[in-house]
Write a protein that binds this ligand. Structure first.
Ligand SMILES: [Zn+2]
Length: 326
């Protein structure tokens, strides 16, 4: 696949393409980022571009080499992962790979290897890799993928060029989901809950998502200052760790944005399948009050991102929401 198909990592793609053009790619890369953020796709495209017989800095997608890589059967690429029944990548796996890298490539100009996830290399495996990272046999390209480079031995880290993949933005994930045929309403919701990972977005179970949306909606519409205990119970029930709370807040943002649209007389809402409930939220408050709540949800989201206690942050938010109801 060409570099143009990699979304949300323009700067990384720029740097890689420039290094391909001048023939100065690193021997060993460490791609760090959440699983599903595009690390493996980028690694494969980099190798594809390096091996491509028609383009100097990209994968043409149609030469025999590009096609073999896309089909997962290029003989000069090694993918190293823990064996099916094992937790770690073993030293034997790495020895075998190193032995193979030392042989002449079958058809590519050099060999390439992806180790994923690199943090699962046993200590002896990681130690056995040090010399290979420094001087890869036959000029091989080695790419390590990790969710957290801090989990690798410093000696491994320091021998690789670190490339950081930021989580994909909600907009990118939503666009990709819609491209894959998901309806806009669902894509908005799934994207908000995916934590920057396309993998997570595709894994999110639809039923679980719909159930969560219903729970959140019913709790939110029942918030009332008259029963203050319910406010704290709701915060207790809906809050979780930081990521879960951020997901909840993204969901609330999508509901209240819709409520603002309805109150302002626009029928264009994202959560149309639960439009009736959204309408009741819109009717609970005046438009300025609903806008005020929307702003408070944004504030809460920023606070939780900056490490505010999720439960306390939700306590405050739900108090405000309950207080603005008649
Ligand atoms: Zn090609």
């Amino acid at each position: 696949m060409p570099f143009a198909d990699i979304r949300g990592h323009d700067r990384i793609v720029d740097v890689l393409r420039r290094s391909l053009l001048i023939g100065k790619t690193a021997h060993s890369y460490l791609f760090e980022g959440v699983s599903g953020s595009g690390r493996k796709k980028t690694a494969l495209t980099l190798i594809q571009a390096l091996f491509c017989t028609s383009l100097p800095d990209d994968a043409c997608g149609s030469c025999p080499s590009c096609r073999k890589i896309a089909g997962g059967n290029h003989p000069d690429i090694h993918l190293i992962a823990p064996l099916p029944d094992k937790r770690d990548i073993s030293v034997e796996q790495l020895r075998e790979m190193q032995h193979d890298l030392a042989l002449r490539p079958y058809e590519a100009p050099r060999k390439a290897c992806i180790i994923d996830p690199a943090e699962r290399m046993s200590t002896s495996a990681a130690n056995s890799l040090l010399k290979t990272l420094e001087e890869p046999p036959g000029d091989a390209l080695i790419i390590l993928l990790t969710e957290n480079s801090g989990m690798l031995l410093p000696t491994v880290r320091s021998r690789c060029q670190l490339v950081r993949f930021t989580p994909l933005s909600v907009e990118h994930i939503q666009a990709l989901l819609e491209q894959n045929g998901m309806a806009e309403e669902k894509a908005t919701l799934v994207a908000a809950m995916a934590g920057g990972s396309m993998q997570r977005a595709t894994e999110l179970d639809n039923d679980a998502l719909a159930a969560r949306r219903e729970t959140v909606l019913s709790r939110v519409t029942m918030l009332s200052i008259g029963t203050i205990a319910t406010v704290f119970d709701t915060a207790e029930e809906l809050s979780g760790n930081r990521d879960a709370t951020l997901e909840l807040l993204d969901m609330l943002l999508s509901f209240f944005r819709d409520a603002v649209h309805l109150a302002a007389g626009s029928g264009e809402i994202v959560n149309s399948s639960v439009g009736i409930v959204i309408e009741s939220i819109a009717k609970q408050r005046s438009l300025p009050q609903t806008l005020e709540i929307l702003e408070r949800i944004y504030e809460t989201r920023r606070a939780v991102q900056r490490n505010a206690n999720p439960k306390l942050a939700l306590d405050q938010l739900f108090m405000t929401m309950a207080g603005s109801c008649p």
